[in-house]
Write a protein that binds this ligand. Structure first.
Ligand code: NAP
Length: 304
């Protein structure tokens, strides 16, 4: 049975000129449980030493509903200040545009302020990939585009992305941007197939956007499947994992990476060994039959 193409060891981030690893590490959960700078540094090292170079954060990470806005960026900033050479080893991604309790604000003045504040917290001169975290329905895409183009022109941002945008919202913002989008970050996992089916990944291929998959394990549910559907997906992944000597998690990341749009799963674990294990996903090879078996398990019904 012929195999689907293997993931590349490195891939371009759209036409930004930046090269990234085919799997990323995310810091949504970085501050959970009162993480110290030493613990955070161990996780950053685990990712970079394993060859995971795209590191994803956001200004809202650390926010617990009342306070903590900016804390995950500040903690990463502390790690970078203690060891400045780490900055050169990573492609640094962050996001903004969620502003509790509004909930969203993408007015030009707020975007400019949010980007400046993120740079200060992180202690860096440039954010490599800055993403609009969730769409602000009240912001005209032309205004958003102008604010983002200004930040690029000022050297504060190298490349632009969106997250949780519909196909039409992505197209509208991209239309007005001088510096076009290079990435989109939807929720994608074997437990969440929406953007495989609603045209988001087709749009990504058409526009040359790198899809970054958030919650690639369904927020951890694939590690501990409970429902019959979750168990069926886990079983389909386990067939390949067992056969190829990798964990179910690596098989899940690999399943996403086998999609022709070049999905980059964002590992969400905060455990250094599990972060490093993410790179095992590069070893996994898929036949069409095994890949579709996971899809069918996730759909809960055969394809027509
Ligand atoms: P995930 O990989 O689906 O879930 C990670 C969770 O699974 C962690 O709590 C982890 O716990 C747990 N887990 C249990 N066993 C595991 C194992 N064997 N291997 C790996 N993880 C295991 O990802 P996520 O954390 O929900 O999201 C990943 C990233 O996506 C975030 O960090 C963020 O960068 C991004 N994100 C973006 C958005 C957005 O709106 N753009 C939203 C959510 C997330 P341990 O830490 O104990 O391993």
């Amino acid at each position: 049975m012929s195999l689907l193409p293997p993931p590349p060891a490195s891939r371009p981030l759209g036409d930004s000129g930046l090269a990234i690893s085919p799997i990323a590490w995310g810091m949504w959960r970085l501050t959970e449980g009162g993480t110290t700078a030493e613990q955070a540094a161990r996780r950053v090292h685990a990712a970079l030493d394993a060859g995971i170079t795209l590191l994803d954060t956001a200004d809202i990470y650390g926010f617990n509903g009342q306070s903590g806005f900016g804390d995950a960026e500040s903690l990463l900033g502390e790690v970078l200040r203690a060891e400045p050479a780490l900055r050169q080893r990573m492609v640094l991604a962050s996001k903004g545009g969620i502003r509790p309790p509004l909930p969203y604000d993408q007015s030009p003045a707020y975007l400019a302020e949010a980007i400046d504040t993120s740079l200060t917290r992180l202690g860096v001169e440039t954010i490599d990939l800055w993403q609009v975290h969730r769409p602000d329905i009240l912001a005209h895409p032309q205004e958003v585009a102008r604010a983002l183009d200004d930040a690029v022109a000022a050297g504060k941002i190298r490349a632009l992305g969106v997250s949780n945008f519909t196909v039409a919202q992505t197209a509208a913002l991209n239309h007005f941007l001088g510096t076009k989008l290079v990435a989109t970050q939807p929720e994608i996992s074997p437990l969440r197939l929406t953007c495989i089916e609603n045209g988001e990944l087709d749009q990504a291929m058409m526009l040359g956007l790198t899809p970054l998959a958030w919650s690639p394990l369904g927020g951890g549910r694939l590690a501990d499947p409970q429902t019959p559907r979750e168990q069926a997906v886990a079983a389909a992944l386990d067939v390949v994992a067992r056969d190829q000597g990798v964990s179910r998690m690596a098989a899940a990341y690999g399943w996403l990476m086998a999609h022709p749009s070049g999905i980059v799963p964002i590992v969400g674990s905060q455990n250094p060994a599990r972060i490093a294990e993410g790179i095992d996903a590069l070893k996994v090879r898929w036949t069409r039959q095994d890949w579709y078996a996971v899809l069918v398990a996730a759909r809960g019904e055969a394809l027509p």
